[in-house]
Design a protein around this ligand. Structure first.
Ligand code: IPE
Ligand code: IPE
Ligand code: MG
Length: 230
């Protein structure tokens, strides 16, 4: 049981390539990607993972073509509405991190409603990283310190200024889509996270592949700079 990660962070990459390989528009790849996230939430809640942080839209993703950005904003709003009853029923708590004020007002409203409606749930916490960048998060924490007249001296004090200090650091990062990079994700929080890179494109990354990643994590020995214990 202690081999089950408490917090998994996921970089859901490869939706566009999945669609291209099938000769389909990118929109269909993103739609299929939503199904993988749905399945991940169900699976992780079943196996007892407490937190899933999903990289949904990065600060860099704003530089994609306008029609793709609009498509993603619409898909996120629609998905939040469609999934709301199921999330409430299944005791999933939704949170969000990122520069939420960058999002269209209607999406912000939909998101606030989802967060409020699931706030008291006690199952898996699904944290959506939206207009999220790790460097921006660190800068925003500095701005917040100045605004609140704080001068953090310790890691704990600095960590308390991040977007959601209630989230523990991720134990495991999963990136799908074959690239082995962090892409500005959770830079502060991932100091000691175990990294898992899968070739599988996100729309094809379902329960089986997710359980394989958790299995791989269970074989690892985390030392945190210390000497191996026997
Ligand atoms: C990830 O899939 C989804 C988002 C970044 C929003 P991509 O859209 O990056 O898919 P690829 O990398 O082009 O295949
Ligand atoms: C990372 O994927 C961001 C999300 C999955 C939301 P990208 O497709 O944006 O990453 P890069 O550009 O390949 O590093
Ligand atoms: Mg990508």
């Amino acid at each position: 049981m202690n081999k089950i990660p408490r917090h998994i962070a996921v970089i859901m990459d490869g939706n566009g390539r999945w669609a291209r390989q099938k000769g389909l528009p990118r929109a269909i790849g993103h739609q299929e990607g939503v199904k993988s996230l749905h399945e991940a939430v169900e699976t992780l809640d079943d196996v007892g993972v407490k937190y899933l942080t999903a990289y949904t839209f990065s600060t860099e993703n704003w530089f994609r073509p306008k029609h793709e950005v609009e498509l993603l904003m619409k898909l996120m709003a629609r998905t939040m509405d469609d999934e709301r009853p199921g999330l409430i029923k299944n005791n999933i708590r939704v949170r969000a991190i990122g520069r939420i004020s960058d999002l269209p007002q209607s999406l912000q409203d939909t998101l606030s409603r989802l967060v409020a409606d699931t706030a008291k749930n006690t199952g898996l916490t699904l944290c959506l990283a939206l207009s999220y960048g790790g460097r921006t998060e660190i800068i925003d924490a500095c701005f917040r310190a100045v605004k609140e007249g704080k001068a953090p001296q310790t890691e704990a004090e600095f960590g308390a200024l991040l977007y959601d200090p209630s989230l523990p650091d991720p134990d495991l990062l999963i990136r799908t889509g074959g690239d082995q990079r962090i892409s500005n994700y959770l830079l502060w929080q991932m100091a000691y996270t175990e990294l898992y890179f899968a070739e599988t494109l996100w729309p094809d990354f379902r329960k089986k592949q997710l359980l394989a990643a958790i299995e791989d994590y269970a074989q690892r020995q985390r030392r945190f700079g210390r000497i191996e214990e026997d």
